[in-house]
Ligand binder design. Sequence first.
Ligand SMILES: C[S@@+](CC[C@H](N)C(=O)[O-])C[C@H]1O[C@@H](n2cnc3c(N)ncnc32)[C@H](O)[C@@H]1O
Length: 287
Amino acid sequence: MTRSDSRKGAKPKRKYTAANADRHELYQLAVQNVESEIDFVDETFQAMRKRKAERLREDFCGTGNTSCEWVSRRKTNIAVGLDIDADPLAWGREHNFAKLKPAQRERVKLLERDVLDPGPGTGKMDIVLAMNFSYWLFMDRKTMRRYFERVRESLVSDGVFFLDHFGGYEAYQEQEEEREVEGGKFTYIWDQQKYNPISGRVDCAIHFKFKDGTEMRNAFTYSWRLWSLPEIREILEEAGFKKTTVYWEGVDDEEDEEGFAGGNGEFEATEEGTADAGYICYITAEK
Ligand SMILES: C[S@@+](CC[C@H](N)C(=O)[O-])C[C@H]1O[C@@H](n2cnc3c(N)ncnc32)[C@H](O)[C@@H]1O
């Protein structure tokens, strides 16, 4: 028995099922690691610019979890999250804002906006983030370039745009990948349902499976283009960014039963990647 179990009024341990689970909560637990993402962004900006960033914009922010993490780091930090969908924004204001102190809450805004036309109050940023590959929702080069140009205009003169990227030969396969979350309380399933090599379009879905055998199918669905790293760097340069850098993940010391070693969570700037089955990396683009 743990100490909290013996406390009077301790809450029973939560059991997730398809009937009681909240898809936004599951997403945050399974997909995001906002602490390590903000560690990377904050440290990389400081190393690059020899100053601390303050104003951060989170594009495609969904529930604004990353924005909330940013304002909780320093009293001077300000965050603006943009998303086109009112539903995750409302969820984030209700649940993620509740975890912040009142003074922190005053320094974060979640706005229902299209990142292609961000509008007032979204400029003069030290940092703009486009994470979890959301910018891949733009399927053609012209729109992607227009988005990157809008981001560049929104940055201060030494501002930095941070993006993530995934690839590797498994990214092109129609397959499902499962991972247990929260010590096995539920299973996250990433489903690459259909890939069209002619358009580059991939249809993906996130499903969740629970210990009681129930499932939440298609909790989230995305259709996006599988862009390659050199394509994205070229478009960033065409949009006017002076310099782009790729940060590749180091390899874990331990291997699984099949002899594969995963990433170690440490990202280093390099021009030499490896032909991995699957990789996730970061890109920075300097104004
Ligand atoms: C893959 S989710 C990413 C959520 C979150 N950023 C994360 O890191 O987990 C993509 C989000 O982008 C939003 N979105 C799609 N097109 C958009 C647009 N043109 N402008 C703003 N948000 C958009 C969707 O509503 C959705 O919440």
